[in-house]
Design a protein around this ligand. Sequence first.
Ligand SMILES: Cc1cc2nc3c(=O)[nH]c(=O)nc-3n(C[C@H](O)[C@H](O)[C@H](O)COP(=O)(O)OP(=O)(O)OC[C@H]3O[C@@H](n4cnc5c(N)ncnc54)[C@H](O)[C@@H]3O)c2cc1C
Length: 507
Amino acid sequence: MTTTESADVVVVGGGTAGSVVVRRLVDAGHRVAVIEAGPADGRPEIGSPFGAGALFASEVDWALSTVPQSHANDRVLYQPRGKSLGGSTILNGMLYIRGAHSDYDAWAAAGATGWSWREVEPYFRRLENYDGAADPTRGAHGPLRVHRNTDPDPLVTAFVDAAVQAGHRFNDDYNAGDSRGVSYTQATVDDGNRVTAWRAYVSPVADSPLLRVITDALVTKIVIENGRAVGVEYVHDGERHVIRADREVVLSAGTFGTPQLLMLSGVGASADLRQHGIEVVADLPGVGRNLRDHVASPVVWESGRAVPTPRMTGIEAQVIADSGGTGATEPDRQAVFLSFVYSTIAENLPEQGFTALAILLHPHSHGQVRLRSANPGDPLLVDPGILSDPRDIEAIVDHLESLRDIARHPALADWITSEVHPGHDRVSRDALRDYVRASAGSGHHQVGTARIGTDPLAVVDPQLLVHGVTGLRIADASVMPTTPAGNTAAPTLMIGERAADLILGTH
Ligand SMILES: Cc1cc2nc3c(=O)[nH]c(=O)nc-3n(C[C@H](O)[C@H](O)[C@H](O)COP(=O)(O)OP(=O)(O)OC[C@H]3O[C@@H](n4cnc5c(N)ncnc54)[C@H](O)[C@@H]3O)c2cc1C
């Protein structure tokens, strides 16, 4: 074991939130080391908005799997996660959405003091470089280019028009005020290129003498001495190293990596840790619990017309809605329109067609992650408990019907030859329930495994400091108490911005 060097702050993971923390600390004059398990940002596909397909299941994807999901026909669900500088922003869908104001107010009310919408909104403005019309609610000078879809093709336009005909209001900017309605999407693309968190935040300061970037380095443990995190252990080129943190360690390893490292370091439910022979440093039973994710089921249509080549990302329109009828008054449904055929069911897919994904934004079902073993190289046991709460199946069935309703409106009439999934023969609620169990998949928006709060199952306090350990902070999607009403990259970047202020004491 060699102790290579030290930094003021050691950041574990050069992913979405990690990139933000690194940049803000370097700008403030701190010596920062970032340790990333994956390789440097080298694959050419990362730069393309259409390159993710080549990255899935490659060396830059953790490619985790769930355990068989007993409420979803015992299917094992694929859980992609970026493994390179930029983290999951190297292969995500690039859709940019802040979430509903009520999400953050609910976090604050449940114990995440300081995280209400009023308090987090300035951080969204700070991170954005939005290219739409000037608006006091939007940021125009941040590091992250957010591009407004100004050039929708005729099919995307037809979907938006059909949604309006079905009663959804047209929302010109779902990130300004109420997110509900049908909209053309905003995406993290700049001049036709994917914008990753690393490229937006860290590339401009890559040559700073304050920054040390260590890639291909799997962090295996947080070094905790007398209750204080003083550095991390990592493996690089087969050698074990320790890097010390003079000020603090920031865990930005994501919703899976962060709880895994906590548990490997003795921070977690004591009974579970002992079962793997890990010495308990802090008994925190909430570590790894509260795994939350959006759940999605597709409607796939065959088209007799040539589907236009996507102009921005292929995810170019969305509907945000509340189900109302079930008592919801805040957004709880999203439908994203995909200009291509996408389904977890591989059979009978048309050569030419398109998809709308019925997504539940606040599913009742949730699960947990657990260690498989004390070996840091072993993947976690991931159990999202998908559809374990029957209310979710009913809500997806309702949502699928609402998408069918959109498709029945005149604007889409010329585009649809037939509904392939769920399919015209699936009419009864029972048949649709079967379809949901066969088709529902991850929204890829996993959060919550190290959530903010002050109750016994909370993992970090509202300053993002780990309960029971000093000098250890978490900045990534794992701290979100619940899924926001939208995709999770923008809220994760906001968390990175706020974490930086908390570290710097400028909050
Ligand atoms: C396929 C897919 C599509 C998505 N689409 C969208 C979308 O369109 N819009 C949107 O807003 N969100 C989307 N998301 C979600 C969003 O990208 C994530 O919520 C967000 O990027 C998570 O950020 P994070 O900082 O928590 O983790 P990550 O960005 O995943 O970063 C974690 C980093 O830590 C590193 N790491 C982990 N463990 C270790 C270790 N032991 N040692 C060293 N390094 C380690 C990882 O390699 C990674 O670089 C999508 C996600 C996926 C997977």
